[in-house]
Design a binder for this molecule. Structure first.
Ligand SMILES: [Zn+2]
Length: 284
């Protein structure tokens, strides 16, 4: 067992609170009832299946990437109601047998962290870090997204078609990927932003990138990139972040070390994309 304050300290060494975006709500969301924690489940986010898994497994704490309370600007929930999706999560987590389950969110705190999700996305695609760091003026102007962007280059000349192939194999996206730009044009400086990074288009253009790889691109963002001559790969919010649970669980187990080798740290078996293409649904 580990004291819950000590566990929080270990979690926050991996995902430091000072790295949180202003608009984020990382941190303890439901404090565990028990003073001592024996088991932790790591998931991408809460879903009804993840809550069931946490209950059935008798976990003390669930660590998620996406916060369960996320109103923007640090908004606090006004009420906990049965007819509200988040309210039902709270009721189930606290009231359903066998025991209450806590929730901690490591969102932008782990995105921005060294060796966190943003670094991991660049590594998975096979990009070497771009040597030049962002100018402080650009960092200040794009403070809302710059800490969550990474720049890099492929080790050999790669065109957009090659970059798409790399992204597909890195994230296992299959056909579930959207692309704009000239497939036969070489991509030199590449920006990556895990999750939804359409906001990074002006930053990618300003810093001379020829390709932005991210997820959740909206209609007008595709048009903006087209007008700016920036190639875009939308590899999906889910696909660019689903590695969170495995990565965080590994980091946590390593940080707990031998001293806490008896603490159970499990990766959720309920991590799936929230939709399926018609072909996929038919196959299942
Ligand atoms: Zn996300």
């Amino acid at each position: 067992m580990i004291d819950k304050a000590e566990l929080t300290r270990v979690i926050e060494e991996i995902a430091p609170p000072h790295l949180a975006a202003e608009w984020d709500n990382s941190g303890m969301q439901i404090e565990p009832a028990a003073g001592e924690i024996g088991s932790v489940l790591v998931a991408l986010e809460l879903t009804p299946d993840v809550v069931s898994e946490a209950k059935l497994g008798g976990y003390d704490l669930v660590i998620v990437h996406h916060p369960m309370f996320f109103g923007g600007g640090g908004a606090k929930p006004q009420n906990i109601l049965q007819n509200d999706a988040t309210g039902r999560y709270v009721w189930r987590l606290l009231a359903e047998p066998p025991a209450p389950v806590g929730v901690y969110a490591a969102h932008t705190t782990f995105d921005a962290a060294e060796g966190g999700l943003c670094d991991e996305m660049r590594r998975m695609i096979g990009l070497a870090p771009w040597a030049d760091r962002l100018h402080p003026d650009i960092l200040a102007e794009f403070a809302y997204i710059a800490p969550f962007s990474r720049t890099g280059r492929f080790s050999e000349a790669t065109d957009l078609a090659g970059a798409v192939a790399r992204v597909r194999s890195a994230f296992g996206t299959g056909a579930d990927i959207r692309v704009s730009g000239n497939y036969s044009r070489n991509v030199l400086k590449v920006m990556t932003v895990c999750g939804g990074g359409g906001d990074a288009i002006p930053l990618a253009v300003r810093t001379g990138c020829s390709l932005l790889i991210t997820g959740d691109i909206r209609h007008h963002e595709w048009r903006l990139a087209e007008a700016e001559g920036l190639a875009l790969i939308d590899a999906g919010h889910y696909y660019t972040e689903r590695t969170f649970a495995t990565l965080f669980a590994q980091r946590l187990a390593a940080a707990l070390g031998q001293a806490y080798a008896n603490i159970v740290v499990d990766v959720s078996a309920e991590i799936r994309q929230p939709y399926a293409s018609p072909a996929q649904s038919k196959a299942e």
